[in-house]
Ligand binder design. Structure first.
Ligand SMILES: Cc1ncc(COP(=O)(O)O)c(C=O)c1O
Length: 462
């Protein structure tokens, strides 16, 4: 028996109860309102101000989970959770998370846990092949795309200005991205001490894609002003409307200017697994780094961000510092992931990705993603037939952006009414200065009927 911990009989009893609850929750979720009927402060008010002095029975803890926490959940795993990007924790991924917490490994060094570190290498190689990227890409799993992009900018910076490692952030290095890029690019630069003035936001075309000619011009302009261009971040599936930047053209500019090119495919990367959508990453095989989040659209529980880098030496230059207690013997097959990023401690995210990739296979995930894309196009067709609405952006993947032909307040009201109804959970964004509705399709359990129900709820909310 394991000293000091929960007794075996109690653990077996409650683990069965928990798994039963999970199964019922997932399979009956479609009947639940997506957003809860709560107001700010409800959960805080329902819980004690201080932690217990003496341990409490597991029954009470689980009861409070069901009675206080669950009723206050916005159900991200719901098939009609259509805000932000629609994500899902699939059942194989959930099972792997249980195992990962039971083994509780830390994959900082090969020696800290060989099975963890080597499985991470294997799944990243499998994923690299699914994305059609060459073997030269080193892969590691991080928490979020924000961290991955920050690491890419750090590696780009130390490549362009090796003095950074000793002297800190130079003020003349410039990062380029589209005006439609995710805020994590600016945040990454800021976190690295670069300042927002060192980030150029390049104009996008009518389909919200970065304009390569404007990028080239901005680089020339900065060089003429004595500044040092260092990194370009393109996006495959922008956050607001899933626009797809012309990666190959941007890569050509990066090559001719000698700049690092990082591809943010945090959301769109999943669709590049489909042979018919691989064109989106055309050119990325020559880029310096790429991020893709399996926790967005590859049915893997949050968090799991796949970061690929062709120049791992630059990552080591940016991040490697080995204190004496972490020194290990050198072996070319033994990867010490702590040398390639910010974090020392690294949880076993590869396990859930391995379970998901094996359980569904490439065909399995492709079939689901392909359907999401199809339903998004069909929904766009329905929207075009209703003269009260208009599409706000081309449908490239599984996100549909639309507007009611009224004021911004009318559109905001539609989102609020749909969300209050509990039928679906929608979000909005601002495009060309106007508020738009976003219907993101991407949950593993979403059906075509769910998509039609969401559209019905939007029309009724006018
Ligand atoms: C294109 C893009 N990049 C980066 C991010 C940030 O992702 P994360 O939450 O993993 O940091 C998002 C989030 O939606 C995104 O849409």
């Amino acid at each position: 028996m394991r000293p000091n911990d929960m007794p075996p009989e109690e653990f077996r009893r409650f683990s069965t109860q928990v798994i039963d609850w999970v199964e019922d929750y997932l399979d009956e979720m479609s009947d639940l309102p997506v957003f809860p009927q709560v107001k700010p402060g409800d959960v805080v008010d329902a819980l004690p101000d201080a932690a217990p002095v003496h341990g409490e029975p597991m029954e009470d803890i689980l009861d409070d989970f069901k009675e206080i926490i669950v009723p206050a959940l916005n159900h991200w795993n719901h098939p009609r959770f259509n805000a932000y990007f629609s994500v899902s924790a699939s059942k194989p991924g959930i099972l792997a998370e249980i195992l990962a917490s039971a083994i509780n490994t830390n994959g900082m060094l090969w020696k800290s846990c060989p099975g963890h570190v080597e499985l991470e290498q294997v799944v990243m190689s499998w994923l690299r092949q699914w994305l059609g990227l060459p073997e030269a890409f080193f892969g590691e799993i991080l928490d979020t795309a924000s961290t991955s992009t920050l690491q890419a900018i750090a590696a780009a910076r130390v490549s362009a200005a090796p003095e950074t490692r000793l002297k800190g952030a130079p003020r003349d290095l410039i990062v380029y991205t589209s005006e439609q890029a995710h805020s994590s690019v600016e945040k990454g630069a800021m976190s690295l001490g670069m300042g927002l003035e060192q980030v150029r936001k390049i104009a996008a075309d009518a389909a919200f894609r970065m304009i390569p000619a404007k990028l080239a011009k901005a680089i020339q302009h900065d060089r003429a002003a004595g500044l040092r261009p260092c990194c370009i971040v393109s996006t495959v599936g922008t956050t607001a409307v899933t626009a797809i930047d012309p990666v190959a053209e941007i890569q050509a500019i990066a090559e001719s200017e000698g700049l690092w090119h990082h591809v943010d495919a945090a959301y769109g990367g999943a669709a590049a697994i489909l042979p018919e959508m691989r064109w989106m990453l055309q050119g990325a095989e020559r880029a310096d780094s790429l991020v893709f989040n399996p926790h967005k659209w590859l049915f893997t529980p949050i968090d799991c961000s796949a970061f690929f880098c062709r120049r791992p030496g630059a990552l080591r230059e940016a991040f490697s510092l080995v204190p004496p207690y972490l020194r290990t013997e050198k072996d070319s097959r033994a990867v010490n992931y702590m040398d390639y990023g910010i974090a020392l401690g690294r949880r076993f995210r590869a396990l859930k990705l391995w379970f998901v990739m094996r359980y569904f296979g490439r065909e399995g995930v492709s079939t689901i993603i392909r359907r999401h894309n199809l339903w998004a196009r069909q929904l766009a067709g329905l929207i075009s037939e209703d003269s009260r609405f208009e599409l706000s952006a081309p449908v490239t993947l599984s996100l549909v952006c639309l507007r009611y032909k009224g004021t911004d307040e009318d559109n905001q009201r539609i989102v609020d009414r749909v969300n209050e109804s509990g039928t679906a959970f929608l979000g909005g964004s601002v495009i060309n200065g106007r508020y738009i509705l976003r219907i993101a399709i991407g949950n593993i359990a979403t059906t075509h009927d769910d998509v039609l129900r969401v559209w019905d709820a939007v029309r009724k909310a006018v």
